[in-house]
Write a protein that binds this ligand. Sequence first.
Ligand code: NAP
Length: 290
Amino acid sequence: MKINGKTRTCGLIGNPVEHTLSPVIHNHLAKTENRNLVYVPFLVEKDRVKEAVEGAYALNIHGLNVTVPYKSAVIPYLTEMDKLAENIGAVNTLVRTENGFKGYNTDMPGLLRAMETENYTIKGESVILLGAGGAARAVAMLCMEQEAKEIFLLNRSVEKAMAVAKEVNGIYKENKIIPMALSDYRKLPERKYLAIQATSVGLYPNIRDAVILEEAFYDRIAAAVDLIYNPYETRFMSMVKAHGGKAMNGLKMLLYQGIIAYELWNEVKILEETAEEILIKMKEELKIHE
Ligand code: NAP
């Protein structure tokens, strides 16, 4: 593309940022759409988040993504918050408005769109949610929004599972989230479950790990999503498949959180065929051959 006086800049703030796939997503979208826009990573040092957000606005930056560890830290420097982002308490997308940046969370809508493309539904399902970190907390909200039947929230530190359950149940004024220790999975009612793996266990280079290694657990899983995408097929996914369930990884979640951010910045709707093209580019970047 030709960079000229009218080129708009979007980017990512976080630390670290050098392994991000977001430039692949956004620069490919801009190219496909013939939009005069570039997307670059910005490494932001701890304690400089305020300057980064205000400076980006002053520099007429069109939109920003936010990654770890700043998804909550940026909030005080925004002029507005989308309701979902406010409930989740984490922001991954900043949209330029007349007075400052407005914060959105596109991770959860991204996960939902990714699941829909693979014909997964949450509504009416019994869900096992593994983990109680930032991602799991947001997935718990998504399950509430999407009217899951019940949500068993399993975490290594049971007190964290209890805190997340209490908070999310409180927001939605329901008691659908039942916190449990990870080791108590044997006490789960006999059902077929949708499992969402939101711990960091199994992430490269620890590819032989899975959050639960006991074979009997996997007999209960009809469908599973692992938020991890490196490795492309986690040990958790392999075990689900070996027991007859279907499994998807988190790469499409990453893709669609990017697409939804791009749609917010540019007020467009991206076609499914474009999304598929970008997925191929992301796999090339990750050196995934299927
Ligand atoms: P986080 O806040 O650090 O939470 C980590 C979670 O993993 C906690 O529940 C923690 O349990 C659990 N955990 C860590 N080591 C464990 C072990 N050895 N055994 C059992 N449980 C363990 O991380 P996060 O931000 O929620 O992210 C979680 C995962 O989601 C990461 O792998 C991340 O890459 C992935 N993710 C993917 C996308 C995407 O776009 N695909 C987006 C966001 C996140 P304790 O509470 O007991 O420590």
